[in-house]
Structures are given as C-alpha cells and as structure tokens.
Design a protein around this ligand. Structure first.
Ligand SMILES: [Zn+2]
Length: 107
C-alpha cells in the first residue's frame, strides 16, 4: 500500500515519470526548479526515489505554477530560453552514445 499522509499542506505529492522506472511520486523536497529570468517557464530536476537517477525536465507555465504552489525550492536562471543549435546537437549525440546514464548513477 502507498503511504497516504496528508499533514496540512506540508506534504504534497507530485507525480512525474522516471525514464527508468515509469511513474514515480515525489515530495517537494525532491525537486529543484530552475526558472527562466524573463519567462514563466523553466526546468525542474529531481532524483528518482526508486533508482536515484537525477533527471531534468522542462516545466511549462502550468507545471511551474503547480511546483511553486507546493513550495519547491527554485532558482532564477538567466537566458534559459536561449538554446543554440550546437547545444541541441550535443544533447542528441549524448543520447545516442547511451553512456551518460550510467555515469550519472555511478557515484
Ligand atoms: Zn527511477
């Protein structure tokens, strides 16, 4: 059975998807939000409670609103929206190589 604790609004469960484990449930303490300086979007990062993999996902306006409302820690990141072609290509290459994910979990 899943734990179902609701202590006021202090414990909020956030559902997301781990690329290894599928659906997982996080609490606000598991999540860090990176907000764009001049936008209401950003990214959030979390470490999976099951496998421990740290992941980063894009957060649209709605997701940002939800995360802020639940009280996650956030930081303002300047120029987040500017992604160069080179960065996209490098990211695509790193996905193809396939070795990055064991590097992340090796520690
Ligand atoms: Zn996982």
């Amino acid at each position: 059975m899943e734990e179902d604790r609701h202590i006021g609004e202090a414990m909020t469960t956030i559902r997301t998807t781990c690329k290894r484990c599928g659906d997982v449930e996080l609490t606000t303490g598991d999540i860090g939000l990176e907000l764009a300086e001049d936008d209401s979007t950003g990214n959030y990062r979390f470490s999976c409670p099951t496998c421990g993999t740290v992941q980063r996902k894009p957060a649209n306006h709605r997701v940002v609103s939800i995360l802020l409302a639940t009280g996650v820690d956030y930081e303002i990141v300047p120029n987040l929206g500017v992604i160069t072609e080179d960065e996209i290509a490098a990211f695509a290459r790193s996905l193809d190589e396939g070795g990055w994910h064991s590097e992340l979990t090796a520690q």
